[in-house]
Design a protein. Structure first.
Length: 474
């Protein structure tokens, strides 16, 4: 049995408050299905044995058996000889929800459409490619692209040499490389809560002890709590997104950045700064300023960037900015898993960089239009929701006023709408009272999706409220 196993106690935490009106086994199956569909239970994971899960949930084994059977029939679980029930999605099941509409609308992904400059950049890259056909794969990246990335940092007030840049297979790949280098099993890792889910998953997979600090859409970071937590726990690494934080949209004030650098220097904590959304400014008056500009304390800062949020999500290219000695260590770490980034994609990004000011100006206009449409639409139709005003970034972190995010996500699928439930961005079932709503689509498409969302909300609120957890066996 090679499949990773999910412990029953872990699944119980992920389930959160799943019990509600209706048939128990179906409610349980619905919640497990959502956990599989949004990646909190990765494909290929072996689910707990029926008897063990029944004991943990204080249910009959027949109820668990019925829930697993329902999951198999709906195409998200398979029975594997010698392994029991394994999470494995059948793509055909994603096209239509049983008894629902075809899945046509997607508010689960927060991705902008491809920049209009991309085709010309790709053509120019293809024309340049023959000059590179004799080159070997380079795990650091093309010198020309590294120089262009370094020049962008220097222009923003952070002097950078090309030797301080490594080109990666996107931001997620970059985060994985840095965490593998700086985290060992049992190390503490500080992360915001909520946060980018793959960063949390990566740290947990490495065996790190994750320390969470809260971020809210209304108030951002609690400065004193953040600094106190760092000083109390001395984490080996802290992962932070200080500009247009995903999912809250908050931006960290300069004074806190300076305090954070001082605290990290004192504690020996490496700061992994995710600036993948920093260029997505809508109307924040302060100019873009790399986090490391405020480092006057000698803290070790490693910055991650990408073109996936600005140019196109289909270009899997990111980078790491760090001291040259750290880049050398990261190259050694990388050599155990891959040999480098596509030369054609690097050339495409190099060409697109020539148009980056125009691309970013366009992105600001697109995000502004969809943000304004979304805020106006939801404020008018669901005034009970708490809708923040963001100055940039990818999404709104909406307060629902009730712990129903997972139930709303399942109801929305019946209306042909994909959502990411709030707990996807937290740990241990947190954020059931929140929903991330992207502002990256065209306004007219977004309005159609929002209509389906509001319809789903009204249907959900018309049903009885979930009962409190029930003792005894069902």
């Amino acid at each position: 049995m090679n499949e990773p196993a999910l412990a029953a106690r872990t699944l119980v935490v992920l389930l959160g408050d799943w019990r509600g009106p209706g048939i128990t086994y179906r409610n349980l199956a619905d919640r497990i299905r959502l956990l599989i569909l949004d990646g909190r239970i990765p494909s290929g994971t072996r689910l707990p044995a029926e008897r063990e899960l029944a004991e943990r949930l204080d249910l009959s084994r027949a109820t668990i058996s019925s829930a697993y059977r329902d999951l198999r029939e709906r195409g998200v679980v398979q029975s594997v000889r010698g392994s029991g029930s394994v999470a494995r999605i059948n793509p055909a099941t994603l096209a239509r929800e049983p008894g629902g509409r075809p899945v046509l609308l997607d508010l689960a992904r927060a991705s902008l459409p491809a920049a209009p400059q991309l085709p010309d950049a790709a053509r120019a890259a293809a024309e340049a490619l023959p000059r590179y056909l004799d080159a070997d794969s380079d795990p650091v990246g093309l010198p020309e692209l590294r120089a262009a990335i370094a020049a962008r940092y220097s222009a923003l007030g952070l002097p950078t040499h090309p030797d301080q840049i490594m080109v990666t297979l996107g931001a997620q790949h970059a985060i994985g490389l840095v965490t593998r280098l700086f985290l060992a099993r049992g190390d503490r890792a500080l992360i915001e809560h909520p946060s980018y889910p793959h960063a949390h998953d990566t740290m947990r997979a490495l065996g790190a002890r994750v320390v969470a600090v809260p971020v809210t859409a209304e108030n951002g970071w609690d400065a004193d709590e953040l600094i106190t937590t760092m000083e109390r726990t001395s984490p080996a690494l802290a992962y932070l997104m200080p500009d247009f934080h995903n999912p809250t949209g908050a931006s960290m004030p300069r004074e806190l950045r300076e305090r954070l650098c001082r605290a990290a220097a004192r504690q020996g904590t490496v700061l992994l700064i995710d600036e993948t959304t920093a260029d997505l400014n809508i109307d924040r008056p302060e100019p873009v300023r790399p986090f490391a500009v405020d480092n006057r304390s000698g803290a070790e800062i490693i910055t991650v960037g990408t073109v996936g949020k600005t140019l196109w999500a289909g270009i899997r290219l990111g980078w790491i900015r760090a001291e040259a000695s750290t880049i050398t260590r990261l190259v050694a770490t990388r050599s155990r898993s891959d040999l480098g980034t596509s030369i054609l994609e690097q050339l495409t990004v190099l060409e697109a960089f020539r148009e980056m000011p125009q691309i970013l100006e366009l992105r600001g206009r697109q995000l502004r239009a969809t943000r304004d449409t979304t805020v106006a639409y939801l404020s008018n139709r669901v005034p009970e929701w708490s809708i923040p005003h963001v100055h940039g970034g990818l999404a709104l972190w909406v307060g629902l006023g009730a712990a129903v995010s997972s139930r709303l996500t399942l109801t929305a699928r019946q209306h042909g709408l994909l959502l990411s439930a709030g707990p996807r961005f937290g740990a241990d079932g947190a954020f059931e009272r929140f929903l991330r709503i992207p502002i990256t689509g065209p306004s007219e498409v977004t309005e159609t999706a929002l209509a389906a969302l509001v319809e789903s909300w009204r249907e959900l609120r018309a049903t009885p409220e979930p009962d409190a957890p029930i003792a005894g066996r069902a």
